[in-house]
Design a protein around this ligand. Structure first.
Ligand SMILES: Nc1nc2c(ncn2[C@@H]2O[C@H](COP(=O)(O)OP(=O)(O)O)[C@@H](O)[C@H]2O)c(=O)[nH]1
Ligand SMILES: [Mg+2]
Length: 326
C-alpha cells in the first residue's frame, strides 16, 4: 500500500535534515508523525520514526539538561489532551476540578509557568489533561509547541464573562504562529500557513457569571461549522459530567474487553482502540504476535448475535467483548 504522504510532510522532513540539535530533530520527527496519515501503508514508516525518536531521546537525555522537564510529560491513560487559553480563562481551575491534579488557581494572570498533568476519570478509563501557561507571546516557550504537536486533542478554554470571539481569535493567532490549526478542516486562509490540524473542543467557562449565556450563544454560532463547544463553570461544577463525555467522544476511541472461553471479561480493563479498528488491530494491541497467530474470534456486542464467530477484518464497536482464538 502506498504511503500517500501530504506535501507538508516533506516540508518538515527537510527541516529535520537541516536540524542540528537532538531536540530540534525530535520535534521535527514528532511533527512528521503527527502529519502522517495512519493506515497500513504508513505502519512501517511510523515505527521507524518512533525508533529514531527513542534513540535521539536517549542521546539527548545523556547530554543532560538539554531536554527541558516539560518536554517529558509522557502520555498516560487513553489519551493526552492539552488545555490552552488566555490568562485567567480558568484553565488551571478546570484541570483542578476534573482531574486528580491541583495546579495553582489565582486571580492574577500568569500564575501558571509550567505544564501540569492530571488524570481525568471517565467511566472505566483515564484520560490525561495537561494545564499550560497562557497563550500569550511573552509566555510561550518552545516546548509548548512540541507538546501541542504530540497531543491527541486540545481544549480551548474561554472566559464567558468577557468577549469570547476576541479570545478565540487570539488563541487561533498564537497557534497559527506555531503552524497549528484547530479542528479538522483547514480554512482557505490556512492552506499555506498551517502544518497540522488538532481536534479541538471549545470550553466556555464561568457560566455562573453575568453575560455568560449571551456570550456563549455568540461563540457557538460563530464556530458551529468548525468546532464543537460546551459551556461550563469549572468553579461551581456546572456541566462537568457532560464535558467529560464530550472529551471522550472527541477522541474517537472505543473500548473493547477480552475474555477467555468460559469466563467473564474484566470490564475494568478495556483495550483502547481508534474508532473503526478491526479484530486484527485489537489482537495486535493485546500482544504483537497475536495478530499473526489469530485464527478467529467470538464477539459479544457488534456481532449479529452474541458469541458470533468473526474474521480478522470485523470492525469493532465501543463496548464489544472479544474472545481470541489463536
Ligand atoms: N466565577 C468563576 N470564576 C472562575 C471559574 N473558573 C475559574 N475562575 C476564576 O478565574 C480566575 C483564574 O482562574 P485560573 O484557573 O487560575 O485561570 P488560568 O490562568 O486560565 O489558569 C481565578 O480567580 C478563578 O477562581 C468559574 O467557573 N467561575
Ligand atoms: Mg493557570
Amino acid at each position: 500500500m502506498p504511503a500517500n504522504l501530504p506535501p507538508q510532510y516533506f516540508e518538515v522532513e527537510k527541516r529535520f535534515r537541516a536540524a542540528k540539535s537532538a531536540e530540534d530533530k525530535i520535534t521535527a520527527l514528532e511533527e512528521m508523525l503527527a502529519i502522517m496519515p495512519k493506515h497500513k501503508g504508513t505502519d512501517h514508516l511510523r515505527a521507524e520514526l518512533r525508533g529514531r525518536i527513542a534513540k535521539l531521546s536517549q542521546l539527548a537525555g545523556k547530554k543532560s539538561g538539554t531536554r527541558r522537564a516539560s518536554m517529558l510529560i509522557e502520555k498516560e491513560g487513553a489519551a493526552q489532551i492539552v488545555v490552552i487559553g488566555l490568562p485567567n480563562a480558568g484553565k488551571s481551575q478546570l484541570v483542578a476540578s476534573i482531574t486528580n491534579a491541583s495546579p495553582a488557581v489565582a486571580e492574577y494572570p500568569f500564575t501558571t509557568h509550567t505544564a501540569t498533568p492530571g488524570m481525568m476519570e471517565f467511566e472505566n478509563i483515564q484520560i490525561q489533561l495537561i494545564d499550560t501557561p497562557p497563550l500569550m507571546p511573552q509566555s510561550i516557550e518552545p516546548w509548548l509547541r512540541y507538546m501541542l504537536i504530540r497531543a491527541d486533542a486540545l481544549l480551548a478554554v474561554v472566559d464567558l464573562s468577557s468577549p469570547p470571539l476576541a479570545q478565540m481569535e487570539a488563541i487561533a493567532t498564537q497557534l497559527e504562529n506555531m503552524r497549528i490549526g484547530m479542528g479538522e478542516k483547514k480554512t482557505e486562509a490556512e492552506q499555506d500557513t498551517i502544518l497540522l490540524q488538532k481536534k479541538t473542543l471549545i470550553i466556555g467557562n464561568k457560566l455562573d457569571l453575568n453575560s455568560a449565556n449571551e456570550n456563549y450563544t455568540a461563540l457557538k454560532n460563530k464556530y458551529k461549522e468548525q468546532l464543537p463547544a460546551i459551556a461550563i463553570s469549572a468553579k461551581q461544577g456546572i456541566g462537568l459530567e457532560e464535558l467529560k463525555r464530550e472529551i471522550y467522544e472527541m477522541l474517537d476511541i472505543i473500548r473493547v474487553y477480552t475474555k477467555t472461553p468460559g469466563q467473564k471479561p474484566d470490564l475494568d480493563d478495556p483495550i483502547i482502540l481508534e474508532r473503526g479498528s478491526t479484530l486484527e488491530d485489537a489482537a495486535a494491541s493485546v500482544h504483537k504476535d497475536f495478530a499473526a497467530k489469530l485464527k478467529y474470534a467470538r464477539v459479544w456486542g457488534s456481532g449479529k448475535h452474541d458469541g458470533l464467530m468473526v474474521k480478522r477484518d470485523h470492525i469493532l464497536q465501543d463496548g464489544d467483548i472479544i474472545e481470541l482464538h489463536l
